[in-house]
Design a binder for this molecule. Structure first.
Ligand code: NAD
Length: 260
């Protein structure tokens, strides 16, 4: 379905981003993947994507906290793959603490990586998309883009910002066949959430199983983690012809979290 299209997926060396990369590649889309990790592990992911799906895959080590790196990443995609038709802003980090103890450098890092990186990548990718008359931008926000939780000041602020940015980009580009949408998942079992569960088990002196049940029980009524590939499937749908009229949409996938 996406044969011949070229996509950037930020933060795609792990978790949700890696699953999105596989789902896009399964539709014939070439990829520029990005994120941190051991060189050998990243080389293996690149080779695995190429072999499994028969698409072109390149890698950018761009640090999403650095605007100049982001510009280079978009230029690299346009040069080595030929264009950036699809942009998935997925890279993100988490840190939890009450606001009075929240380290300022953690606030700055979360705002830079989870919010400002999307501004910089969209700014760099839009001119090429406009020239070609096609673009699909998908921002991975969160349930925390719509509601809050305690001890997540930076994350919740950044994700609410991503939702607002999505709407502005959608409005500005609606006449240009460029859509911009956001996905707001509830809990997805990835290293980012695994760390929160482990911290909780330690802090509350409970088992990892009890910490997991508490985490889900507080927020997600279906008591199940979303699968990373569920988010990948939604990204593919948003890039399909059936989603041509969808722009500025904030799509939730939260196991009932956001019905409350
Ligand atoms: P993850 O920790 O498994 O993956 C994060 C990815 O981002 C990794 O590839 C990492 O290398 C990359 N990354 C981190 N800092 C970076 C930087 N400075 N520059 C470039 N890459 C960087 O996390 P995940 O759970 O897969 O999260 C992916 C996205 O989904 C995030 O934006 C997160 O906020 C969002 N999200 C996650 C959940 C969840 O429950 N896991 C729920 C809602 C939204």
């Amino acid at each position: 379905m996406l044969k011949g299209k070229n996509a950037i997926v930020t933060g795609s060396t792990s978790g949700i981003g890696l699953a999105i990369a596989h789902c896009l590649a399964a539709q014939g889309c070439n990829l520029l993947i990005n994120g941190f990790g051991e060189k050998a592990a990243i080389d293996k992911e690149v080779a695995g994507l190429k072999q499994k799906h028969g698409v072109n895959v390149d890698y950018s080590p761009a640090d999403m906290s650095k605007p100049a790196d982001i510009e280079v990443m978009v230029a690299q995609c346009e040069k080595t793959l030929g264009s950036c038709d699809i942009l998935v802003n997925n890279a993100g980090i988490q840190f939890t603490a009450p606001i009075e103890n929240f380290p300022t450098e953690k606030w700055d890092a979360i705002i830079a990586i989870n919010l400002s990186s999307a501004f910089h990548s969209i700014k760099a990718a839009i001119p090429g998309m406009k020239k070609r008359g096609y673009g699909r931008i998908v921002n991975i926000a969160s349930a925390h883009g719509l509601v809050a939780s305690k001890e997540k000041a930076a994350y919740v602020a950044a994700k609410h910002g991503v939702v607002g940015l999505t709407k502005v980009v959608a409005l500005e580009n609606a006449p240009s066949n460029i859509t911009c949408n956001a996905i707001c998942p509830g809990w997805v079992y990835t290293p980012l959430v695994q760390k929160q569960i482990e911290d909780r088990a330690k802090n509350e002196n409970i088992s990892v199983k009890e910490a997991t049940d508490k985490l889900l029980g507080e927020k997600q009524p279906n008591m199940k983690f979303n699968k990373p590939e569920n988010i990948g499937g939604m990204v593919v749908f948003l890039c399909s012809d059936d989603a041509d009229a969808m722009t500025g949409e904030i799509l939730t996938m939260s196991g009932g979290w956001l019905a409350q």
